[in-house]
Design a protein around this ligand. Structure first.
Ligand code: NOJ
Length: 492
């Protein structure tokens, strides 16, 4: 099941929450079993003393300025400009205008005591057609951005690719075209060379499963293709690109040691029943959806639970590819949003499973179940399976539509978001207590922004953005999170 199906099937359940603009819905029960943390327990959550509290954004979702200063067209520019692809016809042409307002955004991060800022670079600002000449103005923008972060004492964590592939490369076949892995490594080397003296922490890819699957199989994200074989081919190129980029970036950032990982979407799968068939299906889900791009880096092979001869044939794996894919990532990024219930499904020729979103917990406006324990489950599982790697939570967050109070527009009360973060952070602290080496946490997102195919109909920000005049207003959850970051505790 995909995001949009989640949204549709969960809408009835989400209705009560969605319709209430301020405050809690009737079905929302803080402290309900397995869900949200009773206030008294918040004090028991501990974080390491140098824990990095941060926020995350991505270029296309916040920057706007889609053709300023020599920027080329990306697949998201093309997709959003195509009628019928995005809800409401929304585009990222202006988004939060952060290309021009980044100083204001960084001032807000500083006011909220943030220690880390995860942002992404638009490939089309650096190489407008994806290869060849470097666009100096694009590099200069990110250079100014990084300098401003450092001046505010905030660590830049830079994602090299958050989905906005140059359209010119899509015209050559996009990610299913194996040639892209070398082009990507060239681009990654360029940004590491120019920013690597100041940026030490890099995420090569953001959610590779999502952009290959939703972009080339489900067709609901750019470039909107619908063929499982294209997904498999794209995934293999991305795996090669991850390895090649890692080496190019290490070689280019000679001045300072770089810490290079990737940010993966991960959801703990729960077998629908105790049957062996459902358990095996859940393992296949984990293999394909969670670690398909991690196992390849760490071990140079595709996960054992997902081995079909036909898939391997489609991916056209060549001798020596294992060596290209395998790199000792310095850290693992986890984007956690929800859990999934998995059952065996022989009718799905490729995966052999059926994937459902439970609705036991409260449902956010996105239609996603709130399930804090899931972050504990996935972080401890990855920690165990990959020999206790350094982990950063690169994203976690929720969409609710709460807006400024009519009687006091400087206030945005959004208690459901605060409780969401309390729950997830308490579970994350428990994972740390149980041995996971988690160094940082990034709330998705700093700002309400462009939610891909959902356009501006979703609001994930700690900061409310009025898209009519770009006014930013820190929500109550943002003020709370700022206090947490300052105190390094949840009972604030
Ligand atoms: C994952 C993606 O990385 C981000 O771009 C998106 O906005 C959030 N999840 C919420 O869906």
């Amino acid at each position: 099941m995909n995001r949009r199906q989640f949204l549709t099937t969960s809408l009835a359940a989400a209705g009560s929450a969605a319709l209430i603009h301020h405050g809690l819905s009737a079905s929302y029960a803080p402290g309900a079993e397995g869900l949200l943390v009773p206030a008294a327990d918040l004090g028991n959550a501990h974080f390491p003393s140098n824990f990095l509290w941060g926020t995350a954004t991505a270029s296309y979702q916040v920057e706007g300025a889609w053709k300023e200063d020599g920027k080329g067209e990306s697949i998201w520019d093309r997709f959003a400009h195509t009628t019928g692809k995005v809800k409401g016809g929304d585009t990222g042409d202006v988004a939060c205008d952060s290309y021009n307002r980044y100083k204001e955004d960084i001032a807000i991060m500083k006011q909220l005591n943030m220690k880390s800022c995860r942002f992404s670079i638009a490939w089309t600002r650096i190489q407008p057609t994806g290869t060849g000449e470097v666009n100096q103005k694009g590099l200069d923008f990110y250079s100014r951005f990084v300098d401003s972060l450092l001046a505010a004492n905030i660590r830049p964590m830079c994602t090299v690719f958050h989905w906005d592939l140059p359209q010119a490369l899509e015209d050559q076949g996009g990610w299913p075209n194996r040639d892209l892995y070398k082009h990507f490594a060239d681009y990654a080397g360029i940004v590491a060379k120019h920013l690597g003296d100041r940026v030490n922490t890099w995420a090569i890819f953001n959610e590779p499963w999502v952009f290959t699957n939703l972009g080339y199989y489900l067709g609901i994200h750019a470039p909107g293709k619908k063929d499982y074989k294209l997904f498999l081919k794209a995934a293999h190129t991305v795996n090669l690109a991850q390895g090649e980029a890692f080496r190019a970036m290490k070689a280019a950032s000679s001045k300072a040691p770089s810490q290079i990982g990737s940010a993966y979407s991960m959801s703990p799968p729960e077998p629908a029943t105790e049957s062996e068939a459902d358990k095996a299906a859940a393992d296949r889900y984990h293999a394909i959806n969670n670690v398909f791009f991690l196992e390849t880096a760490i071990h140079g092979r595709y996960p054992k639970a997902f081995v079909t001869d036909e898939a391997h044939e489609v991916m056209a794996i060549q001798p020596g590819d294992d060596k290209i894919m395998q790199v000792p990532l310095d850290w693992v990024g986890i984007n956690y949003y929800n859990r999934h219930i998995i059952s065996n499904n022989p009718d799905d020729k490729w995966t052999g499973f059926k994937d459902e979103m439970p609705t036991v917990g409260p449902i956010t406006y996105m239609g996603w179940e709130v399930w804090p324990k899931g972050i504990y489950d996935i972080v401890t599982r990855i920690s165990k399976e990959y020999n206790r790697p350094i982990i950063e939570i690169t994203e976690n967050g929720c969409s609710y539509l709460d807006g400024p109070l009519p009687e006091d527009p400087s206030r945005v009360p959004d208690p459901r978001r605060t409780e969401y973060y309390q729950g997830h952070l308490a579970e994350l602290a428990r994972a740390i207590k149980d041995g996971a080496d988690v160094r940082g946490y990034h709330a998705w997102s700093l700002l309400d922004n462009y939610e891909w195919a959902e356009g501006y109909s979703q609001r994930f920000g700690l900061v409310y953005v009025d898209f009519r005049d770009q006014k930013r207003t820190i929500k109550d959850s943002g003020h709370w999170y700022g206090k947490v970051a300052a105190a390094n505790r949840l009972d604030v």
